[in-house]
Design a binder for this molecule. Structure first.
Ligand code: HEC
Length: 197
């Protein structure tokens, strides 16, 4: 009888240790994930992703990021007048950009900052981690039809290592998905570096 009681006590003890071990394991995983996401957020600020990829609101003369639409790219309703390519050439103007920094015109054409929220239809919700990393490290647009145009600084971003790019990806996947279909960027000249051509 005594032996059995000891056995129960030992078994309960082992069971409790087991439960503590398991919950610790999960807890530390969550902590790791949170640290990674925070790291991604810091990188997204450091590399200016948030500035170019977010619509802005103007209050008291200040231009602030529209937190409700953070990372949703050039607002689809903001239709811009035609871009005058003859104004941008050596010796003339280098380029134009909107006050919210989401649309840019230059010798390359017009580029609109992409929606990089996790929205599945208009953002990067369907973009796998592997594709995200290859977009940013090779500078090839996710449509796989062309190179990414300026001023997207993919060249600089491509110097980040895979863990850093993954942290940005994880972070972007935590922001609110915003449905916003950014207009197609328009290259001014035939991009001779088209993929597959
Ligand atoms: C100076 C402005 C600017 C900065 C800074 C910037 N981007 Fe961009 N980004 C753009 C523009 C403009 C485009 C659209 C280019 C095009 O259509 O070819 C773009 C395109 C992209 C795309 C391509 C989407 C696709 O479907 O292929 C991704 C992904 C992206 N940016 C992520 C980021 C991340 C992450 C950062 C920060 C680490 C960042 N961008 C910083 C302006 C910027």
């Amino acid at each position: 009888m005594r032996g059995k009681t000891y056995l129960y006590i030992i078994m309960s003890y082992v069971f409790i240790l087991f439960i503590i071990g398991i919950s610790d394991l999960f807890a530390s995983r969550d902590v790791n994930k949170e640290i990674k996401i925070k790291f991604g957020e810091l990188l997204a600020e450091e590399y200016g992703c948030v500035n170019c990829h977010s619509p802005k609101i103007v209050t008291n003369g200040q231009i602030l990021i529209d937190e409700e639409k953070i990372f949703s790219g050039h607002p689809q309703n903001n239709i811009l007048p035609d871009f005058p390519p003859e104004l941008v050439s050596p010796g003339k103007w280098k380029g134009l950009y909107t006050a919210d920094m989401t649309a840019w015109g230059g010798p390359w054409g017009i580029s609109y900052a992409s929606n990089i929220t996790p929205d599945k239809k208009t953002g990067i919700g369907e973009l796998s981690l592997e594709s995200f990393i290859s977009v940013l490290s090779l500078g090839i647009h996710s449509s796989l039809t062309r190179k990414i145009m300026p001023p997207m600084p993919w060249n600089e971003i491509s110097r980040l290592n895979e863990q850093e790019l993954e942290a940005i990806y994880q972070y972007l996947n935590t922001v609110k998905p915003v449905r916003n279909k950014v207009p197609e960027s328009k290259p001014l000249y035939d991009n001779e570096q088209l993929v597959g051509k």
